[in-house]
Design a protein around this ligand. Structure first.
Ligand code: C2E
Ligand code: CA
Ligand code: CA
Ligand code: CA
Length: 279
C-alpha cells in the first residue's frame, strides 16, 4: 500500500504518529512521576496594602530528573486529558496542609490567613470533589477555613443552579472561593452576585496594561465591581513599583507577583514568611 508520497492522501502520517507517541509517553511519564514523587507545590505570597502576608497561592511544579523544572501549562492539560488531575490535586492539597500545619504550629499566621489552590474544570465538575477535599484535609491539623479554591469564570457559565448549589455546599464546609484570571472569560457580570465568591483576581494581562488609559480603566472597573459586590480583590502578576503605586491609589486589597516574591518551594517559603513576620 501507498503510505506517503506526492499529493495523494496518506493513510499513515509519520508526524502524527510521533505526536501520538509523544503524548502517550508523556502520560506514562506523569504516572511514573506521581509514583516517584516528582510533583510538588511552590508557594507565592500575597500581601495587603500594609505589607502584611494574607496568604499564598500554591502552584504545582514537576521536578523532572532530566528535563529540570517543567511548567504546569505543559502537563496540566495532558493530566486532565488522561484523568490524572485528581492525583495531582491531592499532591498540591497535601503540600498545602503540610505548610499550614507548620504555620499553625509556629503561630506565624492569624486567623484570616489562607492558602489557595487552583481547581481545574474537570475536578470542579466531578461529583466527589467535595468529599475528596474533606477526606484529604481530615488527615491534617488544618481548618477548611484556611483553604481557598481558585476557579475560573468559564466554570460558572454552565448550569448556574447546580453550580451555585455545589459551591454553597463546599462553602458551608468552611472553604472559600476566588475567581481567577478575572476579566478574561465571558461570565455574565449580572449573575456574579449569585455565586458564593469571596474574591476576584485581576488577570496579569490587565495589570501589565495599566500604563494605557484603557488598561487602567479595566483594572478600576474590576476593583469597583468587587467592592460593590462585597468581594476582596487581588492583583496578580505585579512586577514593578509603578504598578504597586497605581494599584495602591485605587485601594486594591491584595498584591501578588514577582515584585514581592516568585513562587517558592515550601522550605524557602517558610524562610521568606518568617523573615517578613519578624521584620
Ligand atoms: P495562574 O493560576 O493564573 O497562576 C499565576 C501564574 O503567574 C503562575 O504561573 C505564576 O508563577 C505566574 N506569576 C505570578 N506572578 C508573576 C509575575 O509577577 N510575573 C510573571 N511573569 N508571572 C507571574 P505558573 O506557576 O506557571 O502556573 C501557570 C498556570 O498553571 C496557573 O495560572 C494555573 O492556571 C495552572 N496551575 C498551576 N498550578 C496548578 C494546580 O495545582 N492545579 C491546576 N489545576 N492548575 C494549576
Ligand atoms: Ca491561580
Ligand atoms: Ca491567575
Ligand atoms: Ca493566569
Amino acid at each position: 500500500s501507498k503510505l506517503t508520497g506526492g499529493n495523494s492522501y496518506s493513510y499513515f502520517d509519520p508526524k502524527q504518529q510521533t505526536l501520538l507517541d509523544r503524548q502517550l509517553s508523556f502520560e506514562s511519564e506523569i504516572v511514573r512521576a506521581i509514583e516517584k514523587r516528582e510533583f510538588c507545590a511552590f508557594f507565592q505570597p500575597q500581601l495587603n496594602g500594609q505589607g502584611e502576608i494574607t496568604g499564598a497561592e500554591a502552584l504545582i511544579r514537576w521536578k523532572h530528573p532530566d528535563k529540570g523544572l517543567i511548567p504546569p501549562y505543559e502537563f496540566i492539560p495532558v493530566a486532565e486529558q488522561y484523568g490524572l488531575i485528581q492525583a495531582l490535586q491531592d499532591i498540591v492539597l497535601e503540600d498545602i496542609c503540610e505548610l499550614l500545619e507548620i504555620l499553625n504550629e509556629l503561630q506565624l499566621i492569624n486567623e484570616d490567613f489562607k492558602l489557595s489552590i487552583n481547581i481545574s474544570h474537570s475536578q470542579f465538575k466531578s461529583s466527589n470533589f467535595r468529599s475528596s477535599l474533606l477526606n484529604t484535609i481530615s488527615q491534617f491539623k488544618v481548618s477548611s477555613k484556611q483553604i481557598n479554591l481558585e476557579i475560573t469564570e468559564s466554570m460558572l457559565s454552565h448550569d448556574m443552579n447546580n453550580t451555585v448549589k455545589q459551591m454553597t455546599e463546599i462553602e458551608s464546609e468552611g472553604f472559600s472561593f476566588s475567581i481567577d484570571d478575572f476579566g478574561t472569560g465571558y461570565s455574565s457580570l449580572s449573575y456574579l452576585y449569585a455565586y458564593p465568591v469571596n474574591e476576584l483576581k485581576i488577570d496579569k494581562s490587565f495589570v501589565d496594561r495599566m500604563l494605557d488609559k484603557s488598561g487602567l480603566s479595566i483594572v478600576e472597573t474590576i476593583i469597583n465591581l468587587a467592592k460593590n459586590l462585597g468581594m476582596q480583590v487581588v492583583a496578580e502578576g505585579v512586577e514593578n513599583e509603578n504598578q504597586v503605586m497605581l494599584l495602591r491609589e485605587r485601594n486594591i486589597d491584595i498584591f501578588q507577583g514577582f515584585f514581592f516574591s516568585k513562587p517558592l518551594p515550601l522550605a524557602d517559603y517558610l524562610v521568606w514568611h518568617r523573615g517578613q513576620v519578624t521584620a
